[in-house]
Design a protein around this ligand. Sequence first.
Ligand SMILES: CC(C)(COP(=O)(O)OP(=O)(O)OC[C@H]1O[C@@H](n2cnc3c(N)ncnc32)[C@H](O)[C@@H]1OP(=O)(O)O)[C@@H](O)C(=O)NCCC(=O)NCCS
Length: 193
Amino acid sequence: MRHSKPPAGLVPEVIEIETQRLRLRQWRQEDRAPFASLNGDPRVMEFFPSTLTAAQSDAMADRCEALIAERGWGFWAVEATATNRFIGFVGLHIPSAELPCSPCVEVGWRLAREFWGRGLATEAAAAAVSTGFHRLGLPEIVAFTPLQNVRSRAVMKRLGMLESGAFDHPHVPENSGVRRHCLCRLPAAVRDA
Ligand SMILES: CC(C)(COP(=O)(O)OP(=O)(O)OC[C@H]1O[C@@H](n2cnc3c(N)ncnc32)[C@H](O)[C@@H]1OP(=O)(O)O)[C@@H](O)C(=O)NCCC(=O)NCCS
C-alpha cells in the first residue's frame, strides 16, 4: 500500500465529509481549546498511558492538520452540524509504529465524554471507512485498541470489522497495563459484500 506525497507544487484537495449529524473537516485554530480539554480528561484517556498537556494536545492537532493538508485525508476534526461544535476527531491514519498489520491504514476515534452514547463515533467512522474504500481505493482498513477498551471495540464491531488477534503496541511502555491491543481488520471485499 503506497501513499506517496504528491509532486511538489501539487496540493491535494482536502476531503471533507458530511453525515446525517456530523461534519468531518480540516482542523481550525478554535478546535485547539476543546481538543485540549478532552485530551486532559482522565475518562477519555483511560486507555492511553496518560492524559495530554495542552501543549501535547496542540501538537497532535497540528500533526493532524498537516497530514490532512499533505494527503487530503487523515484524522479529521468532527463537528456537530446542528451546533457547529467541535466534538473530537475521527478518521484515517497511517500508524507511525511498525505493527503486525503494517503497512496499513487505521480508522480511529476520540470524542469528548459528553458526546458518547449517541452513535456519533460509529456514524463518523462509517463515513471515514466508506471514503477510504470508495474514494481512496484502500484494499483494507484496520483498527486496534487496548483489550480493555470495550467501547472502542464495540465501534469496531458495529463497523463490521473482523477480530484478527492481539499484539503489544511498541509505542506503549512495557510496564503499562494498556500495552496489549486487539487488532481488527476490514477488507474492502467484506465491506462491499
Ligand atoms: C471509543 C468511543 C469513540 C466510543 O464512543 P461511543 O459513543 O460509545 O460509540 P458510538 O458512537 O458508536 O455510540 C454507541 C452508543 O450510542 C447509543 N446510541 C444512542 N443513540 C444512537 C443513535 N442514534 N445511533 C446509534 N447509536 C446510538 C448506542 O446504543 C450505544 O450505546 P451503549 O454504549 O450504551 O451501547 C468513545 O468512548 C471515546 O471517545 N473514547 C475515548 C477515546 C478512545 O478510547 N479511543 C479509542 C482509542 S484506540
